[in-house]
Ligand binder design. Structure first.
Ligand code: ROI
Length: 171
């Protein structure tokens, strides 16, 4: 089976978020049947949802994988759990969130998994990091990343690294 390009959203707002994201990237790089092809800069973002929680650090990673989508989801959830994720409040703070944003060009709607991620099109903390990795991306429904960015307010989102310093090299 040829590899599928999947994009993963990373988010944390508890327990040293930058460290959480670095650990998560290292864990993604160790997944079986998977190559970590690149990752965006880290961004500080104001919370979407309840405001009485710390700011988030967000990033996006690109994976090339021969895991099927459910196996990839299992792997992402295992990394979340290993990093102390406790599922409590909906939209509450978390040590690590790994969201499957896209899995190739597939549309999936199972009890466990909705791909593309339902929030992808509106979330600045997903779209701007994604744009660093995939300028020409289009969603399975044909909407382009460029078009979505046109409608997406960037306020409340700040890169944590300077200038054009890349997150990680795409290979
Ligand atoms: N808000 C921001 N800024 N970043 C996130 O990753 C994030 N994740 C969430 C909710 C609680 C919706 N808000 C968020 O799950």
């Amino acid at each position: 089976m040829s590899a599928v390009r999947a994009y993963i959203g990373l988010g944390s707002n508890l327990d040293d978020p930058v460290r959480q994201l670095r650990r998560a990237l290292a864990a993604l790089a160790r997944l079986p049947e998977t190559h970590l092809a690149g990752y965006s800069r880290f961004y500080r973002s104001v919370p979407l949802g309840p405001q009485d929680q710390p700011d988030y650090v967000n990033a996006v990673a690109a994976l090339d994988t021969t895991l099927d989508a459910e196996a990839l989801l299992d792997a992402l959830q295992a990394i979340e759990t290993a990093q102390g994720r406790v599922r409590t409040l909906r939209w509450g703070p978390r040590t690590l969130d790994l969201d499957m944003l896209l899995y190739g060009n597939e549309v999936l709607a199972t009890p466990r998994l909705t791909v593309p991620h339902p929030g992808l099109a509106e979330r600045s903390f997903v779209l701007y990091p994604l744009a660093e990795l995939a300028t020409d991306l289009a969603l399975p429904d044909g909407r382009t990343l460029a078009g979505l960015l046109n409608h997406c307010d960037r306020s409340g989102l700040e890169p944590l690294t300077h200038g054009d310093e890349p997150g990680g090299v795409i290979s």
